[in-house]
Design a protein around this ligand. Structure first.
Ligand code: ADP
Ligand code: MG
Length: 215
């Protein structure tokens, strides 16, 4: 589903990824692991078409996106959900508003929108907070809402960049368990993290960036 072939990405003359090759299959749950600065975020941005590689090839769903036409990017992103370390919610808006906006802009009816939002919140265990104002939620709860927002359109892939970076270990574990549940619905999950404890506990496929560091 996602393939990186000999991908090199250089910033200011310094390679962050060098001849990096990896493959992620449909339905997989994969950790991108490595210390700070090893290129985890860069790798996710390349898949999300937020960056383009200096050389090599990135294939998403049989399409070469390494040198993609800008007008094609929204189509690719329709299939991808993204969760950031800081949930990036509109804090003064309700949980419902934060999630439903994603559907309303693509023309879902009010009724379908409401049903989908409720269904998604049920999956992350937040259905009773649907009309809560986001700033009143804990960090872990905000991250659950961010995950809901990222999956409400039922993307093929969910990319998460250090989604538990700001959370205590109990909340972090909960988030990973939710991501496992999302994975069971068929969504491919790619998580960048430097939390080796959790990675060791979860026993999932690991793509390691230690060796991909600058020469
Ligand atoms: P990680 O997410 O593993 O911490 P990043 O992918 O964010 O690593 O960054 C890898 C390296 O690339 C770092 O040294 C960072 O400073 C550099 N870098 C990332 N983005 C840019 C950018 N837009 N411009 C210049 N350097 C960048
Ligand atoms: Mg990062």
């Amino acid at each position: 589903m996602i393939q990186l072939n000999n991908v090199t990405k250089v910033y200011n003359g310094i390679p962050v990824l060098e001849n990096f090759t990896a493959k992620i299959d449909k339905g997989e749950f994969v950790f991108i692991c490595g210390p700070t600065g090893s290129g985890k975020s860069t790798l996710l941005k390349l898949i999300f078409c937020e960056e383009i590689p200096d050389s090599g090839q990135i294939i998403f769903q049989d399409e070469d996106i390494s040198d993609i036409n800008r007008s094609r990017i929204p189509y690719i992103r329709r299939s991808i959900g993204f969760v950031f370390q800081d949930s990036r919610l509109l804090l003064h808006k309700t949980v419902y508003d934060n999630i439903s906006i994603v559907l309303r802009v693509t023309g879902f009816s009010w009724k379908d929108t409401e049903n989908r939002v409720k269904e998604t919140l049920r999956l992350v265990g937040m259905e009773d907070r649907i009309y809560a104002v986001s700033k009143e939620l804990s960090g872990g709860e905000q991250q659950k809402v961010a995950i809901s927002r990222a999956i409400v359109k039922d993307p093929l892939v969910l990319l998460a960049d250090e989604p538990t970076g700001n959370l205590d270990s109990k909340s972090a574990l909960e988030i990973f368990q939710i991501l496992e549940k999302v994975n069971k619905t068929g969504t491919t999950i790619v998580i960048a993290t430097h939390d080796y404890d959790i990675v060791n506990k979860m026993k999932k496929k690991v793509i390691s960036l230690e060796n991909a560091q600058r020469a």
